[in-house]
Write a protein that binds this ligand. Structure first.
Ligand code: NAD
Length: 353
């Protein structure tokens, strides 16, 4: 019998990459726990859904009775916790759901995991891996990197809710000896990314002839990591990470937002030239900056590289080309996810853009 891992948020962007990686390249049985909010999409799991090692549970992580049932029924060797409200702009418009899912939901999982862990006879293997973000560290100036030693300084309701959940996870380790590992990763990009985030939004808008919105002057810097490299880092953190530790994950791929958008336009000009031969970059439109917009994020991944042997396989130039090509080849997936609830949210919050 194979060992079982619970993955929360497995129908989301990064969670689905983790589930695909586990089913395709490991022996674990995977239980995907996902509420299926607007950001969850089971179509991202088509390549693995028929595996006998994959099961889906449509459950809210705040639902104690069902989370207890899942722990008891499946007897997992660990949990990879990715379920979250994840979009900063949405957290500014309506922070309530971020508090509920990211903080209360994480608290509920910790309590259910603690109860389950305490009655295990073999406690040697169990780990609670909490997936978090570099945004908990606040904003950098032009130089320097975030590391595991950087003090927390969250600025948005999203990052504050993630910082709170990181603190709860640490407390459950120190107070109750729950074996936890935390990962803090930089911005991810790649296939199956919901088209409200910068990279898929730009690809999608470019192809539809719509404006390519850039906040402020486009000089905010983000450190980009290909999603499959993050997924492998999370699995390594489960298998080899030291209990009680956190690991920063990033690929040293810093780009300004403007550089990212211009790169996408150049690749599209080459792969899907417009009939009139004008560049997609002519669609770039500068919009009023986001409130509290952090200037620069960049991560020092030295610890996960040295301790766990993690190395990214994709640099930004190869990864972004692969990503643009994936969106061109998978327009049906995009069409399905941008219908319904997402469209009405965009209408309410981005009218006039
Ligand atoms: P996402 O928004 O694409 O997916 C989130 C998933 O969680 C969705 O499938 C959604 O249905 C599910 N979900 C939301 N609320 C839930 C609830 N109450 N119960 C059960 N399921 C629920 O997010 P993502 O980009 O894949 O991010 C995954 C995790 O990684 C998050 O914790 C995020 O904070 C973290 N992270 C993201 C990035 C990034 O660049 N996207 C970077 C670092 C860390």
């Amino acid at each position: 019998m194979t060992k079982t891992l619970l993955v929360t948020g497995g129908a989301g962007f990064i969670g689905s990459a983790v589930v695909r990686e586990l089913i395709q390249n490991s022996d674990y049985t995977v239980i995907n726990i996902d509420k299926l909010t607007y950001a969850g999409n089971l179509e991202s799991l088509k390549s693995v859904e028929n595996s006998s090692r994959y099961k889906f549970e449509q459950v809210d992580i705040c639902d104690k009775a069902n989370i207890q049932r899942i722990f008891n029924d499946y007897q997992p060797v660990g949990i990879l916790h990715l379920a979250a409200e994840s979009h900063v702009d949405r957290s500014i418009v309506g922070p309530g759901e971020f508090i509920e899912t990211n903080i209360v939901g994480t608290y509920n999982l910790l309590e259910c995991a603690r109860e389950y862990y305490n009655q295990l006879t073999d406690k040697s293997q169990f780990k609670f891996v909490h997936i978090s973000t570099d945004e908990v560290f606040g904003s950098l100036g032009d130089t320097g990197y975030f590391s595991e030693q950087t003090p927390y300084d969250p600025r948005s309701p999203y990052s504050a809710s993630k910082a709170s959940s990181d603190m709860l996870v640490r407390a459950w380790y120190h107070t109750y000896n729950l074996p936890i590992v935390i990962t803090n990763c930089t911005n991810n990009y790649g296939p199956y990314h919901f088209p409200e985030k910068l990279i898929p939004l730009v690809i999608n808008n470019a192809l539809q002839g719509k404006p390519l919105p850039i906040y402020g002057k486009g000089d905010n810097v983000r450190d980009w990591l290909y999603v499959d490299d993050h997924a492998r880092g999370i699995i390594l953190a489960f298998e080899k990470g030291r209990v009680g530790e956190s690991y920063c994950i990033g690929g040293h791929n810093e780009r300004t937002n403007l550089q990212v958008v211009e790169t996408i336009c150049r690749i599209l000009d080459e792969l899907q030239a417009k009939v009139d031969k004008t560049s997609y970059s002519e669609q770039i439109t500068y919009v009023t900056d986001r409130a509290g917009h952090d200037y620069r994020y960049a991560m020092d991944p030295a610890k996960i590289q040295a301790e766990l042997g993690w190395q990214p396989q994709e640099d930004f130039d190869s990864g972004i080309r692969k990503t643009v090509k994936w969106y061109l080849d998978n327009q049906e997936w995009v069409a399905h996810v941008i219908s319904g609830e997402y469209q009405s949210w965009i209408k309410q919050n981005y009218s006039g853009r």
